[in-house]
Write a protein that binds this ligand. Structure first.
Ligand SMILES: [Zn+2]
Length: 259
């Protein structure tokens, strides 16, 4: 299984999905999803355990791994925010002066990465589950980038919408006020109405949020795979993975000799 903008490989420790950076960004950033496998089975969602396995091959840099609370707070990939500290946030910003790598964890919520070049290159990792998508964390990150980095050119922004639960497996009851709110806020093609519940296509909604910000469609890549249906590659909270998580990592290759 593969989609444009992504490259899937199988390592001993598990499935790895690289986000393919455009030429303009490749020398600044890498981003990689460690999906299902031995490493994440054993870590059971604990980023310190994951980093104990991976840190050495990434030069033992500090790792930012926030406590995800389904909000829109974004912190910087700074060693003052790094493990063992777990500040509350659902987004992490990497920029040229970052002193740490960035990470987030997922099981059904959608991992989103957006990156671009303004006066300096920037990259955000985002946790966009139902609540994060309802609060439009993608637009919050892009607005944050516009404020921080000058000479903002939307044609030089890219986004990767990574595997999350699909509409066929994600319903919320109609007596849930947040479901009613989402049914009104989300674009029509992301919402399916049934008798007692709504089904939501979070990946499609996130793509339309990023498109609405002005990012060109050809710069938005979606790994359109449902975590609950593709259990050989991913973990799924709704399908029974209470603790195990896929692990999204981003950093700067200048620290790694990956260039
Ligand atoms: Zn599914």
């Amino acid at each position: 299984m593969n989609f444009p903008g992504f490259k899937v490989t199988h390592e001993d420790r598990g499935v790895v999905i690289d986000l393919e950076m455009p030429q303009q960004l490749r020398r600044y950033f890498f981003a990689r999803l460690y999906a299902k496998g031995k490493m994440n089975d054993e870590a059971a969602g604990d980023p310190e355990k994951v980093w104990r396995v991976l840190a050495e091959e990434y030069g033992n840099v500090p790792l930012v791994a926030p406590l995800q609370v389904h909000g829109t707070n974004i912190i910087t990939a700074d060693k003052n925010n790094s493990l063992p500290l777990r500040p509350e946030a659902d987004g992490v910003l990497l920029a040229e002066l970052s002193s740490a790598f960035a990470s987030l964890r997922f099981a059904d919520c959608v991992p989103v990465v957006t990156a671009g070049i303004a006066e300096e290159p920037w990259l955000y990792l985002l946790h966009s589950g139902f609540k994060g998508t309802l609060q439009n964390i993608a637009a919050a990150a892009l607005s944050n980038a516009r404020q921080r980095f000058g000479h903002f050119d939307k044609n030089r922004i890219w986004a990767w919408i990574c595997p999350g639960i699909g509409a066929e497996c994600y319903s919320r009851r109609k007596d849930d006020p947040s479901a009613v709110k989402a049914s009104k806020l989300f674009s029509a093609e992301s919402v399916f109405e049934e008798e007692e519940y709504f089904r939501f296509d979070l990946k499609k909604e996130i793509a339309s949020q990023i498109l609405a910000f002005g990012v060109p469609a050809e710069n938005i890549y979606t790994f359109d795979c449902c975590t609950s249906c593709c259990r050989d590659l991913f973990y799924s909270y709704r399908a029974g993975d209470a603790e195990k998580r896929i692990f999204l990592l981003a950093g700067m290759p200048k620290n790694l000799n990956l260039m």
